[in-house]
Unconditional design. Structure first.
Length: 321
């Protein structure tokens, strides 16, 4: 398909990954491994390639992508396309290339089973999505964070933090399969084993699992040093059977953080969630950064996607984390 004279569009191929890595460096001024593109678009267990390149004289000049994510709502599996990894070479910017490329991609994704398009645009891409591509804002998501008072909180060594293994993910999947039919009526990220195994093998991040002695449940986290040796934890997913166990588990995580000089614990949590007040009682508060959560209706989209109160939002939905 031709976008403009001399510029063609096609699906991304596996062999394109190194060239996209180079284009990323030209556009954004920083490096990203070609393994990221391989992981995101060719190892995804849903086997849907919604990544399209704009090509000029056999050179890749632009990229528009959707990552298919499995979402459950009231026991039904839905496929949502999450936008990301989009770029256009400076030499062809401001010619409407990305708008045409993205709209073509949206049509193909719809024809191949995509139920809704959404994403977490930054300040550079937000305006264009809304103004030129027909997106709308669902919510501005604040981080929900707990700053650890290292001097006051009772420190505990009952917690254990280890790198995630496939057996950990299999256990989480098993518990989810049992509980999903009685979960809150929210759009929630699938915890099928094939998806979990893919999501937590992100080539740019390491993930850990947190457990506490004598309590059931796990917290899947990214543990990192932000700046000036300041340690933080991002919670991606929580596996807990009930509120009582969840409370014990998060209290243990806070104590563990204090004992290990971890400054802050971050997450996303919808204020409509049944667990919101539990976390609020433990000192979690809304903080920056604020993240746009935006969407695009496609032919016949169910209205449930348009309302933030319907989403069991979490960091694991975004590959930034």
């Amino acid at each position: 398909m031709k976008l403009l004279n001399g510029i063609n569009v096609r699906r991304m191929n596996r062999s394109d990954a190194p060239f996209l890595s180079a284009l990323f460096s030209e556009v954004y001024g920083r490096k990203i491994s070609s393994s990221y593109f391989e992981w995101r678009f060719f190892k995804n267990p849903l086997k849907k390639n919604w990544a399209f390149v704009a090509e000029s004289k056999d050179k890749i000049k632009g990229l528009a992508t959707l990552t298919p994510l499995p979402i459950f709502f009231e026991g039904e599996k839905l496929i949502v396309g999450v936008s990301g990894a989009s770029m256009v070479h400076p030499s062809i910017q401001r010619r409407g290339i990305y708008t045409k490329l993205a709209n073509h991609m949206y049509d193909v994704a719809y024809d191949e089973g995509c139920e809704f398009i959404c994403g977490f645009p930054n300040n550079n891409s937000h305006y264009g999505r809304i103004k030129k591509l027909g997106w709308f804002d669902i919510y501005e998501i604040p981080n929900f964070s707990k700053t650890t008072d290292l001097s006051c909180i009772e420190k505990s060594t009952d917690g254990e933090l280890t790198l995630i293994t496939k057996s950990d993910l299999q256990k989480i999947n098993y518990n989810w399969e049992i509980e999903k039919k009685v979960s809150e009526s929210l759009l929630c990220l699938s915890q099928e084993i094939l998806f979990l195994d893919w999501r937590f093998n992100h080539p740019l991040h390491k993930y850990y699992i947190f457990r506490c002695k004598n309590f059931e449940g796990e917290v899947l986290i990214k543990y990192f040093i932000k700046e000036e040796d300041q340690k933080e934890i991002d919670i991606l997913l929580i596996n807990s059977k009930n509120k009582k166990e969840l409370l014990k588990l998060i209290q243990c995580l806070i104590s563990f953080s204090a004992a290990n000089n971890i400054f802050k614990i971050n997450m996303w949590l919808n204020h409509s969630s049944n667990n919101y007040q539990l976390f609020e009682s433990l000192g979690f508060k809304h903080e920056s950064p604020i993240t746009w959560f935006s969407g695009k209706q496609i032919k016949g989209t169910n209205s449930i996607f348009s309302h933030y109160k319907n989403w069991d939002i979490c960091f694991a939905m975004s590959d930034i984390y």
